[in-house]
Design a protein around this ligand. Structure first.
Ligand SMILES: [Zn+2]
Length: 187
């Protein structure tokens, strides 16, 4: 473990504004922002144009810790420097995601999650195909049933005589029955 007083090899040696204030004519120093999470963890000075600072704010130290553990700081920096600025945030998110997956599943990492999701997709696709086949089958049955009912109805209409004399009159509630039934109520 290097002592805290020795300057890190990574930190650029530059005459930063000294705390003694030996240059009274110089403009007031810019607001001192805390070092970015990456520089804090790497124990180096966060320079003005720190490539990591926009993506690893001090409020989220875990983000860098995880990415650093899997990819290594130099690889992260190298990768970011090779990319246009517009793509760096996505790259960092991707690295952090991949690092998280790798820590959770050291053998397969992200590929494990992808395989699992693809398996889930194929299972759901099979289930969907089965359901669609069932729907088709039911629609066929429905159509057959409708056809059958139509045929039955047309046959019945042909067999049924149109004007049947109404011999069996339903008036069997004749006065006698009613009289017997109602008599006790009035006596
Ligand atoms: Zn920094």
């Amino acid at each position: 473990m290097a002592s805290a007083t020795s300057p890190s090899l990574l930190s650029p040696v530059s005459p930063a504004s000294s705390p003694t204030g030996s240059f009274p004519s110089s403009p007031p120093p810019a607001i001192i922002v805390s070092p970015c999470a990456a520089c804090k963890i790497l124990r180096r000075r966060c320079v003005d144009k720190c490539v990591l600072a926009p993506y690893f704010p001090p409020s989220e130290p875990l983000k860098f810790t995880i990415a650093h553990r899997v990819f290594g700081a130099s690889n992260i920096i190298k990768l970011l420097q090779e990319l246009p600025e517009a793509q760096r945030a996505d790259a960092v998110n991707s690295m952090v995601y991949e690092a998280n997956a790798r820590l959770r599943d050291p053998v397969y990492g992200c590929a494990g999650a992808i395989c699992q999701l693809q398996k889930q997709i194929s299972e759901l696709q099979a289930e969907l195909a089965k359901a669609q086949a069932e729907i088709l089958n039911m629609q066929c049955q429905n159509a057959n049933l409708v056809e059958f009912i139509c045929q039955e109805m047309s046959q019945n209409q042909e067999n049924c005589p149109q004007d049947q004399p109404n011999e069996n009159s339903p008036f069997f509630f004749d006065e006698n029955i009613l009289g017997v039934a109602w008599e006790p109520l009035w006596t």
